[in-house]
Ligand binder design. Structure first.
Ligand code: GCW
Length: 702
C-alpha cells in the first residue's frame, strides 16, 4: 500500500512538473493529439543531409531533438537518404528551381518525391529552414505540399549585450550576465548552447558580447581566449561574435601616448590588434563602438570626426570579412540646444565619408528608446551612409521586468514609418534593409534582455520581445499579431481561446503602458539614473538633458516641447511630407503631439476633451486597463502552466501598483501647473505630491 502511494505521488509530481521557462520557445513537449502526431511522424521518418558542415549537422540534430520531443520518436540521421521516402532531406545546392531565388541565409522547403526537402545555398540557410519546419510542427501547421521560400530582409541580425566584465549587465533586469567570464575558457556553461539555439531559431546571426560602455579588458589576450571559447560554441549555430571596443585602448592597453585615429602608431596598434583577434576568432564579426557619447572616449578628443575614427577601424578590418558598427547615439549637454537634433547635426556633414565597411547604428528614435518616439530623423536623410537600426529589447523605459509590454508593435511603428526620402513608401525598414539606397550590408541590432535568471528574461512575457526582435530582423513585414501567435503557441498555451485572449493582452499592452506613463507624446520623465518609476519634477541632474523638465516643458500655459520653431526647429530635419504630418497641432497624431508642440492645457483635442482632461483620462484609463489584464490573466489559470501563471500574476500585481504610482505622480505634479481639478468621474489621488515624491527618494537612499 505504502509503495503504491509513493508511486502515485511520483506520478502526480511528474504530471504537475512546473515549467521554469528555461526552454524558451523551444520546449518540444509531446504533442497531445495522437492523430496529429501520427501524421507528422509519417512525414519525418528519416533525416538526411548531403554536406556535413557543422552547421548542417546542428540542423539535423535539432530536427532529431525536436521530433523526439514533439512526436515521441527517435529519428535516425544519415548522410544521403538513397531511395527512401517519408523523410527530411537537408540539401545544400547552388541552383535548382527552389534555390535560384535564395540569397545567403535564405531557405526553401518543399515536398518532393515523397520527402520534405530543405534546400539552401549555405549551411546557415539549411539551419534556418530546419527551425522553420519545427516551428510549423510546434504551431500545428500542415506539412503537406509545402512550398516555402524565405530570405532574410536584413543581413546582420544582431543582439547587443550590455554585459560587463564584472558580471553586471547595464540596463539588465534578469539577473546578472549570462557570460561567466571568470569560468571561461575552461568551463562552458551549457546555457551558451541554449542561447545559440534560441537565436538561431529566429534567425539571429550575430552577437556583440560586451557593453558598449566598453572595458579595454576585452581586447587583452586573457579575454580574447575567453571570447574565442564563446565564439566556438556559437559558430555551429551560425552566430558570429562582435566585440564592443573602448576607443582609448591604444593608450590604456598599448601604452601609446595617444589614441588619435590619424596617428600612424595608433593605426598600427589597431591593425595588429585586429590581426591578433582573428588568430583567436577567424570569422570575427567586427567592432561595435560607442564614441564621444556620455563620457566615452572617441576621435573628437583629438579634434577628429566620427568618420576618422570609424574609418581607421575599417582599415584595420580591411583584410578580413568583418565590419565596423559605429553608434550614432551622441549628444551634447547644451541647455539651449535640443537633444533631438544633435546626432543628426554631428553626423550630417559626414554623409558619404564613411568607409563601405562601416555601418552607422542609429537608435529607433532621436532621444533614447522612449516608449514612443517619432522615427529618428537620420533615417532617410543619409543616402550615402549605411545606416543600421538599434532597438532596445531590454525594457529600460518600458517597464523593465515588472510590466507586461509587448514590443513588436513599437518596432513595427518605427520600421513602417515613411521617411519620404525618395517619395512615398520610403519606409525606415527600406532604409535599414539597404534596399532604398542599394547598400550591400544591412543591420538590425537589439539590446539584449537576457540574463542569468532561469527563464532568461525575468518576466515570462519579455521572452516574446526577444523572439519578436529576431523574427522582425528576418522579415520586417511580419505582423505583430502573427509573431505573437507563434510565440504563444510555442510557449504558453495550446488552447485556441486561451491563445486569442493572450494575444489580445499582448497587442493592447504597449498602448496601455504608454497611457499611464507617457501619454500624448510626452517623454523622459522617469526616475533619475535607475530610470525606474516616475520623476516628472526632476529639474536638476548632471546635465540638463538628463532632467524631466527639459523634455515636458510644463508651465502655466501648457505642456510639450515646441519643435516647430519655438524652442527648436527639429521638425525641419524631416522631409516636407513628414513636416506636414506633424507640423500642425490640429492634425498631428495625438501619439506624437507633445513631441512637437507646446499645447495649452485648455486646448480642445480631436477627442473632444481638453489637453488636461485627455491627459487625466489616459493616466486613469491606463490603470484600469492593467486591472482588466489581471482579470483576463486570472481567467486563463486552468490553461497555463502553474509556475508561469503565478509568475505573471505576481508581476501584473506589481504593474498595477506601479501604474498607479505613475498616474498619481504625473497628475499631482502637472496639476501644480494647470490648477484645474481632475475631471469627473475620476477621483483625486488619495496621496499627496509630497508623499509620491518620497517614494522616489527611497530609490536614491544609500
Ligand atoms: O539608454 C541609455 C542608457 C545607458 C546606455 C546608453 C547608450 C550603454 O541609459 O545605460 O549606455 O543609453 O545607449 O549608450
Amino acid at each position: 500500500m505504502f509503495r503504491k502511494l509513493i508511486i502515485l505521488f511520483l506520478f502526480i509530481s511528474v504530471n504537475t512538473f512546473a515549467d521554469d521557462g528555461s526552454r524558451l520557445w523551444l520546449k518540444y513537449d509531446l504533442l497531445k493529439d495522437v492523430k496529429q502526431r501520427e501524421v507528422y511522424a509519417s512525414l519525418t521518418k528519416h533525416i538526411s543531409f548531403n554536406e556535413d558542415s557543422p552547421i548542417v549537422i546542428t540542423a539535423a540534430n535539432e530536427l532529431q531533438m525536436g521530433f523526439e520531443g514533439l512526436l515521441g520518436k527517435k529519428v535516425l540521421i544519415s548522410k544521403n537518404m538513397g531511395s527512401k521516402t517519408g523523410g527530411i532531406i537537408l540539401e545544400i545546392s547552388a541552383d535548382g528551381p527552389n534555390v535560384q531565388n535564395l540569397i545567403e541565409d535564405g531557405f526553401a522547403i518543399h515536398s518532393q518525391k515523397g520527402n520534405i526537402v530543405i534546400s539552401a545555398k549555405t549551411p546557415s540557410g539549411v539551419l534556418y529552414g530546419a527551425f522553420e519546419l519545427l516551428r510549423n510542427i510546434q504551431t500545428g501547421k500542415s506539412l503537406n505540399k509545402l512550398t516555402i521560400v524565405s530570405n532574410p530582409k536584413v543581413k546582420i541580425r544582431m543582439l547587443n549585450h550590455w554585459d560587463n566584465a564584472n558580471g553586471t549587465v547595464e540596463r539588465g533586469y534578469a539577473g546578472s550576465s549570462m557570460w561567466k567570464w571568470t569560468e571561461l575558457p575552461f568551463r562552458i556553461d551549457p546555457r551558451y548552447i541554449q542561447y545559440a539555439r534560441a537565436n538561431a531559431s529566429i534567425g539571429i546571426n550575430a552577437a556583440s558580447i560586451n557593453n558598449v560602455n566598453a572595458s579595454s579588458r576585452f581586447l587583452t589576450p586573457e579575454y580574447l581566449e575567453k571570447i574565442k571559447a564563446v565564439a566556438d560554441v556559437l559558430r555551429p549555430y551560425g552566430i558570429r561574435v562582435f566585440i564592443s571596443v573602448n576607443f582609448r585602448s591604444p593608450r590604456t592597453l598599448g601604452g601609446l601616448k595617444t589614441s588619435d585615429p590619424l596617428d600612424p602608431e595608433v593605426r598600427k596598434w589597431w591593425n595588429d590588434k585586429t590581426k591578433e583577434i582573428h588568430e583567436y576568432i577567424p570569422d570575427f564579426g567586427g567592432f561595435l563602438v560607442k564614441a564621444n557619447s556620455e563620457g566615452e572616449p572617441g576621435p573628437q578628443d583629438y579634434g577628429r570626426t566620427h568618420a576618422d575614427g570609424a574609418n581607421m577601424l575599417a582599415e584595420a578590418m580591411r583584410p578580413f570579412k568583418g565590419i565596423v558598427i559605429w553608434r550614432a547615439f551622441v549628444y551634447n549637454a547644451d541647455p539651449k540646444g535640443d537633444r533631438f537634433k544633435e546626432a543628426y547635426e554631428q553626423f550630417k556633414p559626414l554623409d558619404g565619408t564613411f568607409d563601405p565597411k562601416v555601418i552607422v547604428q542609429v537608435k529607433n528614435g532621436p532621444i533614447d528608446f522612449m516608449p514612443r518616439e517619432p522615427f529618428h530623423p537620420m533615417f532617410g536623410a543619409f543616402p550615402k551612409t549605411n545606416l543600421g537600426m538599434e532597438f532596445q529589447i531590454t525594457q529600460e523605459y518600458l517597464g523593465q521586468s515588472t510590466h507586461l509590454t509587448y514590443l513588436a508593435p513599437m518596432f513595427k511603428e518605427c520600421l513602417d514609418s515613411d521617411t519620404f526620402a525618395k517619395g512615398k513608401g520610403s519606409t525606415v525598414a527600406k532604409v535599414i534593409d539597404g534596399s532604398l539606397e542599394s547598400h550591400q550590408n544591412s543591420l538590425m541590432a537589439g539590446v539584449a534582455n537576457t540574463g542569468s535568471d532561469v527563464n532568461w528574461t525575468a518576466h515570462p512575457f519579455n521572452q516574446a520581445n526577444w523572439y519578436a526582435f529576431g523574427r522582425l530582423a528576418w522579415d520586417h513585414s511580419l505582423t505583430s499579431e502573427q509573431i505573437a501567435s507563434e510565440w504563444i503557441a510555442m510557449t504558453l498555451a495550446k488552447n485556441k481561446t486561451a491563445q486569442d485572449k493572450i494575444r489580445t493582452m499582448m497587442m493592447q499592452s504597449l498602448p496601455i503602458y504608454i497611457s499611464y506613463t507617457y501619454p500624448l507624446g510626452t517623454a523622459h520623465m522617469m526616475g533619475e539614473g535607475h530610470h525606474y518609476g516616475p520623476e516628472p519634477w526632476l529639474a536638476k541632474s548632471g546635465r540638463p538633458d538628463w532632467t524631466s523638465v527639459y523634455y515636458h516643458r510644463a508651465d502655466s500655459v501648457g505642456l510639450g516641447f515646441d519643435r516647430i520653431g519655438g524652442i527648436s526647429n527639429a521638425l525641419t530635419l524631416y522631409k516636407p511630407e513628414v513636416q506636414k504630418l506633424w507640423g500642425n497641432p490640429e492634425q498631428c497624431s495625438l501619439d506624437y503631439l507633445l513631441w512637437f508642440h507646446h499645447v495649452a492645457w485648455t486646448k480642445k483635442l480631436s477627442t473632444g476633451r481638453t489637453l488636461w482632461n485627455e491627459l487625466c483620462f489616459r493616466y486613469y484609463d491606463g490603470v484600469e486597463q492593467v486591472k482588466k489584464m489581471e482579470t483576463t490573466w486570472e481567467s486563463l489559470k486552468p490553461k497555463i502552466d502553474k509556475e508561469t501563471f503565478e509568475n505573471v500574476k505576481g508581476r501584473l500585481k506589481i504593474q498595477e501598483k506601479e501604474a498607479l504610482w505613475w498616474r498619481d505622480a504625473c497628475v499631482l505634479y502637472f496639476i501644480t501647473y494647470t490648477k484645474t481639478p481632475i475631471p469627473a468621474p475620476f477621483l483625486h489621488p488619495t496621496r499627496t505630491l509630497d508623499e509620491v515624491k518620497k517614494l522616489v527618494e527611497i530609490y536614491h537612499l544609500r
